[in-house]
Design a protein around this ligand. Structure first.
Ligand SMILES: Cc1cc2nc3c(=O)[nH]c(=O)nc-3n(C[C@H](O)[C@H](O)[C@H](O)COP(=O)(O)O)c2cc1C
Length: 164
């Protein structure tokens, strides 16, 4: 089964988890990056990011060379921004018609994951949703524990797909 891990990461947590999932799954990786990244790393970053969520902004993505249509399993990762997925994913979902795929999500958050999973499922409802998992600021916590959770989660997905 051809697998792709797609993620956007602002400060590295989602990248850390996404790359670990890809390694476990032997999947290709597509990291979404913005033409104009929010530069500010102080308190303004949250304000600017939340404003993008509120305005339903679709920031321009840098060109990428992977096509989700070429894969059977797509794992999608995002930081939680204002209780939902980051605006980069909004752009990606508009650009790519994703349907009839096995889809799983992962997300990184600090306090509250909110509606992120529900929103993702709704946005990708024409697919077979096979799992989701959240990680609380993995780079600030025990990375080994996070990696163990990745291992178990991926093993579960593989088992499910084998039995399917
Ligand atoms: C604009 C913005 C909005 C955020 N909103 C939330 C939120 O609603 N709930 C939450 O638990 N964390 C929120 N966070 C924290 C991030 O989800 C968290 O730090 C995550 O691990 C960052 O992932 P990254 O390093 O891949 O960017 C927000 C962070 C930013 C920058």
């Amino acid at each position: 089964m051809k697998s792709l891990v797609v993620y956007y990461s602002f400060e590295g947590d989602t990248k850390f988890i996404g790359d670990a999932i890809a390694k476990e799954l032997e999947a290709d990786v597509l990291e979404l990056t913005l033409v104009k990244e929010v530069k500010s790393k102080d308190y303004m970053k949250t304000y600017l990011g939340e404003k993008q969520v509120l305005m339903k902004t679709e920031p321009l993505l840098k060109l990428y060379d992977k096509k989700p249509q070429d894969y059977d399993l797509i794992i999608i990762g995002t930081p939680v921004w204002s209780g939902t997925f980051a605006p980069a994913l909004r752009t990606f979902f508009r650009l790519e018609e994703i349907k009839g795929k096995n889809i799983a999500f992962f997300y990184c958050f600090t306090v509250k994951a909110g509606r992120v999973s529900r929103r993702m499922k709704k946005r990708l409802r024409r697919n077979d949703f096979i799992g989701d998992i959240g990680f609380k600021d993995p780079l600030k916590g025990d990375k080994d524990i996070a990696l163990k959770r990745v291992e178990r989660w991926v093993a579960g997905l593989k088992e499910y797909l084998t039995d399917k």
